[in-house]
Design a protein around this ligand. Structure first.
Ligand code: PFF
Length: 460
């Protein structure tokens, strides 16, 4: 076991600059959540009103928790579990808060198990794009290709394994050499490519309809469950509530302004999601597809566009390669709390921790692989109306994204807002005067109340 006095705050273990931390945290935030998940859940939950709730959740819940969690991580300077242990001691708070650390390690373990399977889809689609399989194909053919992929457990397992292997190798090599290099150049490229896709979608003839769908709220389409999903997605997309930012914050130098950094990350992340929506929905409407078709949405709409545009093979390959990079930079952040915990508590070195954690996660991921084929009719909690028709994958996603992440966020807001001592908090957060006071009001009252209201609504 390591000593308890901020072991990560040694020069060699810190992020090389504020920019490096922003890139890594943004790399964690921007991922499949923005490009794969945001469009399909927006489609499933009726569009504009859902997007509006999501944006409100980002502002009053996502950003404050992002700030609080990073601040806690930097103060503790260790894995989420050890950080919470030493902070509950040094701040003189109840030990019960330590559950935040455990929630983090368990949730990041579970989320990676299914994220990796979807990451595998991105790998498959690089190959399909390169082979020219989309060229000139119609919606039915492309939908069929996706259906065939889901129907084949061995193929899904293969690519899930390759994805996990990539993640384990990067994480095993250590924080600076592994993580920073991957995000530095490729994230900006992804952003540019999305802008190109939006321009392409503008000429599809259905851009106006897509803008209406995404931004003209129709509250009659919004359900209480939709509000819960929007809250869950705000947490998912910013990677908050499950210790990832605590783990990353533990490597953050003292001089970095956390509030400013968090704002930058939230703006970047939200822009990417909105851009992805603007690239995808015009294609959905122009091709007479259904917005609410579920997880396959981008794997059907975008290939259709690549198949019709000039240079589509090249664009397709680059796009899915960048999607893969975005997925990998998020996935490595999910493995981080697990690895830090294994290193500290089991005394195993970094590489072995990454390998052992990765293997266990890979194994659990098989449940998700089977959810799309052999187990597609198995609905473990189907006897409850709320979970009707939900596969193992759906349940894992629901458990982590809609329960563990927002509730972890709630606990973090309460811990930072109410339990921690106030001395030094203002400096640690990086806000001054009235702005700091307003921030604290939001963190103490609005953020917890927002999360609680959504949960209560869903219970009754
Ligand atoms: N924020 C990532 C995305 O939007 O793809 C997903 C994610 C990363 C969730 C890290 C949870 C996490 F701990």
């Amino acid at each position: 076991m390591t000593n308890q006095t901020q072991p990560h705050q040694q020069a060699s273990n810190l992020w090389s600059s504020r920019l490096a931390f922003i890139l890594a945290a943004a790399g964690s935030a921007v991922g499949l959540g923005n490009i794969w998940k945001f469009p399909y859940i927006t489609g499933e939950h009726g569009g504009g009103a859902f997007v509006l709730v999501y944006l409100v959740c980002i502002a009053i819940i996502g950003v404050p928790v992002l700030i609080a969690e990073t601040m806690i991580g930097r103060r503790g300077g260790q894995s989420p579990v050890a950080t919470m242990r030493s902070l509950t001691d040094s701040e003189g708070t109840a030990r019960g808060w330590r559950i935040i650390g455990w929630n983090g390690v368990i949730a990041s373990f579970l989320v990676l198990s299914f994220y990796s399977v979807i990451g595998g889809w991105a790998l498959v689609y690089i190959g399909k794009a390169a082979a020219g399989l989309f060229t000139g194909a119609d919606a039915e053919t492309i939908g069929g290709q996706f259906g065939n992929l889901l129907a084949n457990p061995w193929e899904l397992l293969l690519w899930h394994s390759v994805f996990m292997a990539i993640v384990v190798l990067i994480v095993g090599r250590g924080i600076r050499s592994g993580l920073e290099r991957a995000v530095n150049t490729l994230m900006p490229l992804l952003f540019i490519l999305l802008v190109v896709m939006v321009f392409y979608a503008m000429n599809s003839g259905s851009f106006g309809r897509a803008v209406d769908f995404m931004f003209a709220p129709d509250f009659s389409k919004l359900t209480t469950k939709g509000v819960l999903v929007a809250l869950g997605h705000a947490a998912f997309t910013l990677s908050i509530g499950i210790g990832v930012l605590m783990a990353y914050g533990s490597y953050l130098p003292k001089k970095v302004n956390i509030a400013r950094t968090a704002m930058t990350i939230a703006v970047l992340d939200t822009s990417v999601a909105l851009l992805a929506g603007l690239a995808i929905f015009p294609l959905v409407f122009a091709n007479g597809l259904e917005p609410g078709t579920g997880p396959g949405l981008i794997f059907v709409t975008l290939p259709l566009a690549f198949g019709q545009m000039t240079g589509g093979v090249l664009f397709g390959v680059i796009f899915f390669a960048l999607l893969l990079v975005a997925a990998v930079t998020s996935a490595i952040s999910m493995l981080e709390p697990v690895v830090e915990w294994l290193e500290e508590h089991k005394g195993i070195n970094r590489f072995k921790s990454a390998l052992a954690g990765g293997l266990a996660i890979w194994f659990v991921g098989i449940g998700t692989v089977l959810s799309f084929n052999v187990w597609s009719d198995i609905h473990p909690l189907g006897f409850l109306a709320f979970f009707e028709g939900k596969t193992v994958f759906d349940l894992l996603d629901f458990l982590v994204s809609n329960l563990m992440m927002p509730l972890g966020g709630l606990a973090i807001a309460l811990f930072a807002g109410w339990a921690m001592r106030r001395e030094g908090l203002m400096e640690d957060i990086g806000l001054r005067g009235g702005v700091y006071r307003s921030f604290m009001v939001v963190l103490r009252y609005l953020t917890p109340a927002g999360i609680l209201v959504v949960f209560l609504y869903n219970l009754i």
